[in-house]
Design a protein around this ligand. Structure first.
Ligand SMILES: [Zn+2]
Length: 50
């Protein structure tokens, strides 16, 4: 939903701030973060370094 993220080809979870190359994983991360207020190792393993 944030053009600035899509433009750079990176997707940032608005909840935890982790960066993903695919919006699919970012959305999964955001959904998880909002629901559980914690990180899912399987999801964050898809995060990329800044
Ligand atoms: Zn997150």
């Amino acid at each position: 939903m944030e053009p600035s993220n899509a433009k750079s080809g990176k997707y940032v979870c608005s909840e935890c701030g982790l960066t993903y190359k695919e919006d699919e994983w970012m959305k999964k991360c955001e959904a998880w973060c909002k629901k559980y207020k914690s990180c899912n190792l399987e999801i964050i393993s898809h995060a990329v370094e800044n």
